[in-house]
Each structure stands twice: as structure tokens, then as C-alpha cells.
Design a protein around this ligand. Structure first.
Ligand SMILES: [Zn+2]
Ligand SMILES: [Zn+2]
Length: 129
């Protein structure tokens, strides 16, 4: 009853939001016994025990609409991953400096090329990636 509702409709309205299947767009979780909220949402609202009802949906935060998980991941993980890469490369540069590596010039050239492309990618507005 809840899961198919609105899947076609949302594609037309907003590409990056979908009606929350967990609460059926109501924003209130009724997935527990006798219309009470499920244990997951109770936990997310930091309440203890069972039998709470009318609790805000923990999946969409009570909005009734949620961002697709994949989109959320893309938004968060890609910048985080590139940050990690940049930090790793900076660390590599420092490390080569400290141990006075014979490959310091190579490391520096490689790292600055990668950092340059990562930074360029994010500051160009992702247009020609
Ligand atoms: Zn919901
Ligand atoms: Zn729930």
C-alpha cells in the first residue's frame, strides 16, 4: 500500500526527493503494532520503550519526503573521498621530505598533479568532468 504510491509522480515533481515509503508521506511512523511507531523510529527519536505513537518518521525526519540514499551518498562521499586523497598525498609529500626520499621530486610531481585535478574538479563546477 505504501511502497508503490508516488514513485511515478515524484519523478516529475522533484528529481531528488521521493515520498517516504516508511511513513507514506505522512511524516509520522505508524509501522509498529496497532498504529504505533516502530522501534527504529523510536530509537531515532531517542525515546525508550515501546508503544510510542505519532512519532516523527526516523527515515525522512518527519518531512514525509526523503532524499534517495544514493544521492545522499554521492553528495557526501565524493567530497570526503577527495579530501582524504588530498590529505594522503600531502602526508606523502611530508613523509618523503622527512625521510629525504630519492623520489621526492616524483612524489611531489605526482601529488601536485592529482591535487590539482581534484581541486580543479571541484572549483570548475563539475562542468567538464
Ligand atoms: Zn518518512
Ligand atoms: Zn518507523
Amino acid at each position: 500500500m505504501l511502497e508503490l504510491k508516488g514513485t511515478q509522480v515524484t519523478n516529475q515533481i522533484k528529481s531528488n526527493l521521493y515520498p517516504c515509503a516508511h511513513c507514506g508521506e505522512s511524516g509520522t511512523c505508524r509501522n509498529g503494532e496497532s498504529e504505533s511507531s516502530c522501534s527504529l523510529c523510536i530509537k531515532r527519536n531517542e525515546l525508550k520503550g515501546k508503544g510510542h505513537s505519532g512519532i516523527a518518521c526516523g527515515i525522512c525526519g518527519g518531512l514525509g519526503q526523503a532524499e534517495p540514499m544514493t544521492e545522499r551518498m554521492n553528495k557526501r562521499i565524493t567530497p570526503m573521498l577527495s579530501l582524504v586523497i588530498v590529505f594522503l598525498l600531502l602526508f606523502l609529500i611530508f613523509w618523503s621530505l622527512i625521510i629525504k626520499s630519492d623520489y621526492f621530486n616524483e612524489v611531489l610531481a605526482f601529488a601536485s598533479a592529482v591535487i590539482g585535478s581534484v581541486v580543479g574538479f571541484y572549483f570548475s563546477g563539475n562542468k567538464n568532468s
